[in-house]
Design a protein around this ligand. Sequence first.
Ligand code: P6P
Length: 331
Amino acid sequence: MRHPEVVTDNLNSLQSHILAEEAKYPRAAGDFSWIISAIGLAGKAIANRVRRARLTGALGSVGAENVQGETQQSLDVIANETLMQCLGSRANIAVMASEEDEEPTILRTGSQGGKYCVLFDPLDGSSNLDVNGPVGTIFSVLRNRPDEPDAERTICQPGSQQVAAGYILYGPSTALVMTTGHGTDLFELDPYLGSFILVKRGLRIPERHKVYSINEAYAETFPAWCRAYLAHAHASGYSSRYIGALVADVHRILMSGGVFLYPPTAKHASGKLRLLYEANPIAMIVEQAGGRCFSGDIRTMDVQPQKLHERVPLLVGSSGEVDDILGFMGR
Ligand code: P6P
């Protein structure tokens, strides 16, 4: 009999959570849990490196550009290598693909046991690192296509085909948000236990909240509908919040509502954010929490990808706020 006054720690770890979830699906062979545990392990290792970066001299750039033409931070490379190492040892992964690498990494074919493909942005928003701002890891899990010989075509699947998606936010705490299609759950890293602990199941985004998130520096080149929406928001008592790291701006929306926009700009005519390993996983997480996610006037998870690193515009957040903006688009 448990003593009523004794408050035990929350020991519902990521590991026990995914095993409990797996037990609900007798046909699940445990493959999937291996992948999520690898991502959790990588997240803990990356969190450790991010938190000590200034002390260990790991800040700053490597003096090279990545495939995106963006200056590569040392921690981008470290995070990428950490994920490759943790996931590479899982025997059921066929293909891995990263924002940092031009081509996908083929680990094994379907006949060799490759059941899943894992795509990731290893350290989103890394330009925040030098100013101690939040950064994040974003991941997306797809089923392998054994009959498709080309790795890039294998992973160019619409977001609706994802079997799991999530992100790890390295902020004041290290939060892991994940969905396997049965709601969106929130875990927090307990540094003393060294485990991600389940703190909230079935997150729900408020239908409305008067906060918008957009880089208004590009306002002169925004589409007319966007400028009309911003004029409406300015006249309707909205607040503006913009952190410059997608994971952090989306996490605020997940926790309290609001809307994030990255529309086409002069510099990024198709939008800046990458469809496969940024927009799609964010879209699955947000929709599973009752929000909406569009790229142009198309639901993001309905977009048929053509290339690994293709970019899309993004409109994501509270269902009521997104619907209002779709109205400004004339949808
Ligand atoms: P801008 C970070 O570089 C990123 O890919 C996202 O994390 C973020 O939302 C966006 O770009 C910020 O872009 O043009 O406002 O600096």
